[in-house]
Design a protein around this ligand. Structure first.
Ligand SMILES: Nc1ncnc2c1ncn2[C@@H]1O[C@H](COP(=O)(O)OP(=O)(O)O)[C@@H](O)[C@H]1O
Ligand SMILES: [Mg+2]
Length: 406
């Protein structure tokens, strides 16, 4: 017997939704107003404005935790610059490169050239040729700005900075300036002296947002992303409070409302309530943490991987926690260092000294990815005890993809 079935898409079309324009509440959306970043916008644009006067701009280095608006601020400034030169043509051009996707000097120069010569295809040409083309483009009298987002992901950063600095010495006309952006608060302290002085001509820090600021940012977005009256003010307050408490991160705040809205649609609710925001909390936090893990420098990923692997394999010292029954896997710092060395060697990565290893452990601690305590005096004297701050299996999966994928 044949049954007439409704098309499976029909019900999705008829279903009610709390969203007016879902895109506006995703992290990729570029808002036209950026409250609480007026000062940064002013400093960056006034610095870059030199190119409009036919002079090289200073190199900028912007840093701050994830979700503090660095990417969106730079894109906003560059969009404004584009708008300006569309109206008043100038020998100025720029390229924005996300170095998480383009993580070598060659890939970055290729990506920038693709923007400067949209009709040409440089794939397959040598690094020297690509570099030469970039120089020629500037040498026609253009002042170029290259924004390197997540600059800490570049494998041969010293070489790239050195080449581009030398380029400016070789150019008789035009110039190349850089805007480096990093989510890593410690990255600049680890740079080679020469790279550091070239890249950090002007530094700008993006501080975390507090709950009040996040509330303002959210209200602005909610008004355009959701149907009027479909998000309760307690939902907005809670999303702002959670994000402020975690890290002052606007991305977390926005994601909380996005996921809560999706859940409302799924349940056929007409309002996004604080209950749905609370429900979204753990999955959003997980997304954010795994995103932070992907932005870590490779050596820190290797250290974190060593702890994740040993934890997942159940190799830690099992201690009864203060809760009495729960068990946790704790490690001696030295055991983690040995495992880190083993993994790095097997992947053909450099092995850092135990001094740098301790430095990385401390940084991972500040991100909450590792928890460290000094052991009391014991068999091995005083040592650091290390334990994982997040689910071992999930970290292992993500790090294996980061370190061994591609
Ligand atoms: N001041 C702000 N006003 C409005 N939205 C913001 C602001 N700062 C950040 N956002 C939003 O928060 C999210 C994260 O910002 P992003 O620029 O990606 O942070 P970062 O690059 O520092 O990690 C984006 O969706 C962005 O639109
Ligand atoms: Mg960013």
């Amino acid at each position: 017997m044949q049954q007439v079935q409704e098309n499976i898409f029909q019900k999705h079309l008829e279903k009610g939704t709390v969203f007016l324009d879902r895109n506006i509440i995703t992290p990729h959306y570029l808002p036209s107003m950026l409250p609480f970043r007026e000062k940064q916008i002013e400093l960056i644009s006034s610095g870059l404005a030199s190119v409009l006067h036919g002079k090289k701009a200073n190199n900028f280095f912007l840093y701050g935790k994830v979700g503090t608006g660095k990417t969106v601020t730079v894109k906003h400034v560059l969009n404004q610059l584009q708008e300006f030169i569309d109206k008043s043509p100038a020998m100025v051009d720029f390229a924005y490169v996300n170095c998480r996707n383009y993580n070598t000097k060659y890939k970055i120069l290729l990506k920038a050239l693709g923007k400067f010569y949209p009709k040409k295809d440089f794939i397959g040409y040598s690094s020297a040729f690509v570099y030469e083309q970039l120089l020629n483009y500037a040498n026609e009298g253009r002042h170029l700005i290259i924004a390197l987002d997540e600059v800490d992901k570049i494998r041969d950063l010293n070489e790239l900075i050195y080449s581009l600095t030398r380029a400016n010495d070789e150019l008789s006309l035009g110039s190349i300036s850089l805007v480096g952006i990093s989510n890593n608060l410690f990255f600049k302290d680890r740079l080679d002296a020469r790279t550091k002085s070239a890249l950090l001509e002007k530094e700008l820090v993006f501080p975390p947002y507090n709950a009040e600021e996040l509330k303002t940012i959210l209200n602005e977005r909610v008004a355009r992303a959701f149907r009027p009256g479909s998000v309760s003010s307690s939902a907005i307050n809670l999303a702002a409070a959670i994000a402020a408490q975690e890290s002052g991160d606007a991305r977390t705040a926005i994601m909380l409302l996005l996921r809560a809205g999706e859940e409302a649609d799924k349940m056929d609710f007409s309002e996004v309530s604080d209950v749905l925001v609370r429900k979204a909390k753990s999955s959003v936090e997980e997304e954010v943490i795994l995103n932070v893990v992907c932005t870590l420098p490779k050596q820190q990923q290797l250290v974190l991987y060593a702890v994740s692997l040993l934890t997942d394999q159940g190799k830690g010292l099992q201690r009864i926690t203060s809760m009495g029954h729960e068990q946790e896997a704790v490690f001696f710092s030295g055991d983690i260092y040995n495992e880190y060395k083993r993994i790095s060697l097997s992947l053909g990565e450099t092995v850092v000294s135990s001094r740098w290893f301790r430095e990385y452990v401390n940084e991972l601690d500040t991100y909450g990815l590792l928890l460290t305590t000094a052991s009391g005096k014991g068999v091995r004297g005083t040592t650091t005890l290390i334990k994982l701050g997040f689910d071992a299996k999930k970290l292992r999966v993500v790090l294996e993809k980061e370190l061994m994928g591609e």
